[in-house]
Ligand binder design. Structure first.
Ligand code: AMP
Length: 457
């Protein structure tokens, strides 16, 4: 396994990663960091939650340190453009965090706040400037900043920039930078206009892409139940006794585990089927058909088997065991909340899985609400028991349901992308309503967790 030590980063950066508890690089870091260190332009197809900020921040910090220069007044050594002020603030926090042993000057420039402090920060000259395009253009027009010494440029969330109408300002900004520079360009998707912009900005780029991670997670109400490993099966049967678990995918780590869990559910009177690589194609198909038709309420699957599952209307995902790789968590919970629906994900976490939970929380930038049920013996449900008992015990039952059983959309329109409205809030769960310049964490609803970034503030 490749470690951070193998990537060639300066020791001060590795130390900061260790401080943050990063053990191994995420896939985008593994791919992008060596290329960026070699001076290449990088086109990254990656979403928030993949670790992409460190993928560009670490090689930039490395380069800034290697050059051992101080920025002249009003100049900027590395520029990062981000679509929203919240994202800009988060990226700047990441630079401060990863560069905490490196004495870098980092500042943000975005709209909605006064010019004074930004102008002062620019006047001193900066190692790293993280900016939203509109306000940066204003500063350029006021001659508060000079980008002619900026030899590294990053464009983050380019597709979001397009949504917000920032393509023209970006072109204007890029025209002020020297031609001889390193570029990194990140986008979750590549619509035509964005690949055009990438082609203009990048020189002989290498493309790196990683599977989407955080997007669907935004619409999934997530919770964790702490429970002894040995009590999980009974708890699961108990949860599934609730009729609101209409179509549930239960994830296990192993094929044998999937079989055992499915059998336990059957014994408890829950229509369940296991699906994994040891099943024949026809067995898998039958299980899937039953699940799709609603006859099988619980499909017990391993991560690999679940890749082929294409079913809408999954109401719940239960992680019977947490995945070893945190990205898998996001893929799992993305099985619910498809086609614009909302969904519920419950993770059963035994004591020896707490590190896995922490890795997931770091990756998805949230703290998942936890209910501790250790030491409580779940009452085995009567076979075919139904919804006398809500599943409110773990905090997500308050979701209103229409009389027709339809799951209504979130009252606040929590879709990952609401209508463009200028330099505005982020689209990840848990960060809503957090003013970028106010450095405090804010709960954003009991069932939604809160922004993990607060730790860096
Ligand atoms: P990003 O995609 O850059 O928004 O990062 C998502 C989250 O993953 C952030 O909270 C980072 O602190 C965290 N993170 C980034 N890289 C790693 C890593 N190698 N190991 C663990 N967590 C990480």
């Amino acid at each position: 396994m490749t470690t951070f030590d193998d990537l060639g980063l300066a020791e001060v950066i590795l130390r900061a990663f260790r401080d943050d508890g990063y053990v191994s690089p995420t896939p985008i870091q593994l791919k992008a960091i060596p290329l960026a260190l070699a001076g290449r332009d990088v086109l990254g197809l990656a979403q928030t939650g993949t670790g992409k900020t460190a993928a560009f921040a670490a090689p930039i910090i490395h380069r800034l340190l290697a050059e051992r220069r101080r920025p002249a007044p009003k100049t900027v050594r590395a520029l990062v453009l981000a679509p929203t002020r919240e994202l800009a603030a988060q990226i700047a926090d990441s630079f401060r965090s990863y560069g905490r042993h490196a004495r870098l000057s980092v500042a943000t420039v975005f709209g909605g706040v006064g010019y004074g402090p930004q102008t002062q920060a620019l006047a001193r000259g900066l190692d790293v400037l993280v900016a939203t395009p509109g306000r940066l253009l204003d500063h350029l027009e006021r001659r508060a900043v000079d980008l002619s010494h900026t030899h590294v440029a990053v464009l983050d969330e380019a597709d979001h920039m397009l949504d917000l109408g920032f393509v023209k300002p970006i072109r204007q900004i890029l025209s002020r930078l020297p031609k001889d520079r390193q570029n990194m360009f990140f986008s979750a998707t590549m619509p035509g206009e964005i690949s055009g912009l990438a082609a203009e900005m990048l020189r002989d780029p290498v493309q790196v892409s990683v599977a989407p991670v955080a997007k669907t997670a935004d619409r999934v109400a997530q919770s964790v139940i702490r429970i002894e490993a040995g009590a999980k099966r009974a708890l699961l049967a108990n949860l599934l006794a609730d009729a609101s678990f209409e179509r549930t995918i239960v994830f296990t780590r192993t094929k044998r585990g999937a079989d055992r869990v499915a059998q336990h559910l059957l014994d408890a009177g829950v229509d369940a089927a296991a699906i994994h690589g040891n099943k024949s194609q026809s067995q898998r198909q039958r299980a899937l058909d039953g699940f799709r038709a609603g006859a099988t309420r619980a499909l017990v699957a391993t991560d690999i088997a679940a890749r082929g599952i294409d079913v809408d209307g999954v109401t719940h995902v239960v992680n019977f065991e947490l995945p070893d790789v945190p990205e898998a968590y996001v893929h799992r919970i993305g099985r619910t909340a498809r086609a614009g629906a909302e969904g519920i994900a419950i993770s059963l976490c035994a004591d020896d899985e707490r590190d896995l939970l922490r890795a997931i929380e770091r990756l998805t930038r949230q703290v998942i609400p936890v209910e501790d049920r250790r030491g409580t013996t779940p009452i085995a449900p009567a076979p075919r028991a139904h919804a006398e008992r809500g599943h409110s015990q773990h905090g997500h039952a308050e979701r209103p349901r229409g009389a027709d059983g339809e799951r209504p959309r979130g009252a606040q329109g929590r879709g990952p992308r609401s209508a463009p409205s200028g330099e505005r809030g982020p689209r990840r769960a848990g960060a809503q309503g957090r003013p970028a310049h106010a450095h405090a964490s804010q709960p954003s609803g009991a069932s939604r967790g809160r922004s993990r970034r607060a730790k860096a503030d």
